[in-house]
Design a binder for this molecule. Structure first.
Ligand code: PMV
Length: 359
């Protein structure tokens, strides 16, 4: 039997990280770094998951998973969010030698959650070998977990016959239909919930739909008129946990609502302002628009530091690029991970030269 190979991109958030978790606007765009999945049918009654980026290899007998099915009677696409108890149980089940909180256990728990959800809905336990590999660094703010969840959702829905095989005779690549991508996106969000606790859904939306998106409270709109922006991505390689950073912002919001709410509202205003500027730039690519975009990058970076998701090395990227006339901010959850630097036409080389001696 033939294998299915599919892929989904990572993302960068231009503006709106963290605020988006609290119902504000985020602007994000897909990256040309992708996660790939290969699914091959197996005849020996086993289901295996290979994640070479995490050095993990797990397999289960279908008969072993069958008793868990009852706990996952879900109705897609309105599947219930995973309960904390289900997630704990799956991490325990999947963890094996890795330990409960290890990234390998969390990734396997997300796989099992999606697998069991789809299997319970469609009444089949496909015996497959799943291999997922990625060009995206893990935990760097580039949406690697969302791309993983999107790939798994697409493959498992296909494996259960819920969505079609999109490739026509003679074609090399294809996309699923809008309706099928919508189901994939909703299921992928459940995978993100297993991994991150309380994600906004922006990462899986960008990874599913591609392109540049505006995202607010589950509402996705594709930004049709966006100029080509050159952005330099710097990975500080400081590991951090999105789940812990998101929880930290929530704790501050509960403790200081009158201080934190206006900060999140200002981040929302920055995303909206940026959207207007991007639209204006498609009609008139003048340098003046760049100055305004750069101001927004600086203001947001200060606000993100203010809400507690900065890091000394992210500040360092901002300082170094600023001494070359460039403007940077963190992207994604912060606390380490990646920074983006806006590159004006004519200053492309400056950004690279600024950072190469430092990192
Ligand atoms: O760093 P990442 O790729 O996990 O991005 C997280 C973006 C947040 O806004 C911080 C969280 C979310 O769920 O939107």
């Amino acid at each position: 039997k033939r294998s299915l190979v599919l892929s989904a991109p990572g993302k960068v958030i231009l503006h709106g990280e963290h605020a988006v978790v609290h119902g504000k606007v985020a602007l994000a765009t897909a990256l040309d770094l992708r996660t790939f999945l290969r699914m091959t049918p197996r005849q020996d009654g086993k289901i295996s998951l290979q994640l070479p980026n995490l050095g993990s290899q797990l397999s289960w007998e279908a008969a072993e998973l069958r008793p868990l099915l009852a706990a996952f009677s879900v109705e897609l696409p309105e599947a219930q969010p995973p309960s904390a108890e289900q997630v704990e149980k799956l991490k325990e089940f999947a963890g094996g030698d890795y330990g409960h909180e290890a990234v390998q256990s969390v990734a396997a728990a997300a796989f099992l959650y999606l697998y069991l959800s789809v299997a319970s809905k469609y009444g089949v336990l496909p015996t497959v070998d799943i291999l997922v590999w990625s060009e995206l660094p893990t935990g760097a703010g580039l949406g690697s977990s969302a791309a993983y969840s999107v790939c798994l959702a697409g493959a498992l829905l296909f494996g259960c016959g819920a969505i079609s095989y999109p490739l026509q005779e003679g074609q090399e690549t294809a996309r699923w239909t809008k309706e099928e991508l919508d189901v994939i996106n909703r299921l992928a969000f459940r995978g993100e919930q297993v991994i991150h606790g309380n994600p906004s859904g922006v990462d899986n939306a960008v990874s599913t739909w591609g392109g540049a998106l505006r995202y607010i409270s589950g509402q996705i709109s594709v930004l049709k008129s966006v100029p080509t922006l050159r952005i330099l991505l710097t990975n500080t390689k400081v590991p951090r946990s999105t789940k812990i950073l998101v929880a930290g912002v929530k704790a501050k919001l509960l403790e200081f609502p009158t201080i934190m709410e206006p900060m999140l509202a200002t981040i929302d205003a920055i995303s909206r302002e940026c959207e207007g500027i991007l639209e204006a730039m498609t009609k008139d690519p003048s340098q003046e628009h760049y100055s305004r975009l750069e101001d927004l990058v600086d203001i947001n970076q200060h606000l993100l530091n203010g809400i507690g998701v900065g890091h000394a090395l992210l500040d360092r990227v901002c300082q170094v690029t600023s001494s070359h006339g460039l403007h940077s901010k963190l992207t994604g959850a912060g606390g380490g991970g990646c920074a983006i630097t806006l590159l004006r036409p004519g200053r492309f080389r400056r950004g690279r030269e600024a950072l190469i001696p430092t990192y």
